[in-house]
Design a protein around this ligand. Structure first.
Ligand code: HEC
Length: 151
């Protein structure tokens, strides 16, 4: 019995050490795990699968600090207009149950890096927590988008 416990502790120790060394979540790696299958590695999307996360409409979408986390947490449903008036109609599932606040912040910061737009200070877990407290759904996300860029 005692021996068994000592073995368990010996096994757990390296895992804890590895976790501490990791520090903050890796936004680029989380983007690969959770977003790339639809939005592609460079974020430019794929026809019929997911829209590009780039384009001049992001000047307005990105200026609203809550937009990116809202979509990531709650998803998005309904037709949307992209750069050049192109219309995309799809359904993105929210990732609120999959990613914690620090992870959403890290991915959001990675998306901004891909976009190459400076929209103010980096996201932190507290920013995401505040968005999580608000009512949200794919349809509400669409309304928020319409308010920001029309269409
Ligand atoms: C299963 C495929 C899928 C996955 C996985 C996915 N998305 Fe999406 N995403 C979509 C679709 C489809 C839309 C467009 C929905 C619509 O047309 O209303 C979208 C829309 C978006 C938008 C809004 C774009 C705009 O112009 O307003 C953002 C931002 C976004 N996704 C970010 C992400 C991020 C970040 C991840 C990973 C954490 C992710 N998505 C994971 C399919 C996906």
């Amino acid at each position: 019995m005692r021996r068994g416990r000592r073995i368990a502790v010996a096994l757990a120790a390296p895992l804890l050490a590895a976790h501490a060394a990791e520090g903050a979540p890796d936004g680029a790696a989380l983007f690969v795990q959770n977003c790339v299958m639809c939005h592609q590695a460079d974020g430019t999307g794929a026809a019929g699968v997911a829209p590009s996360l780039m384009g001049e409409h992001w000047a307005k979408l990105g200026a609203d600090r809550g937009y990116l986390p809202t979509i990531m947490l709650n998803g998005l449903y309904g037709p949307i207009k992209l750069a050049g008036g192109q219309v995309f109609s799809g359904n993105m599932p929210g990732l609120a149950q999959t990613l914690d606040d620090a992870s959403v912040a890290a991915v959001a910061n990675h998306v901004r890096k891909l976009q190459g737009v400076d929209n103010g200070p980096a996201y932190g877990a507290d920013d995401i927590k505040a968005v999580r407290m608000l009512p949200g759904s794919p349809t509400l996300s669409r309304q928020k988008r319409s308010q920001l860029v029309g269409g």
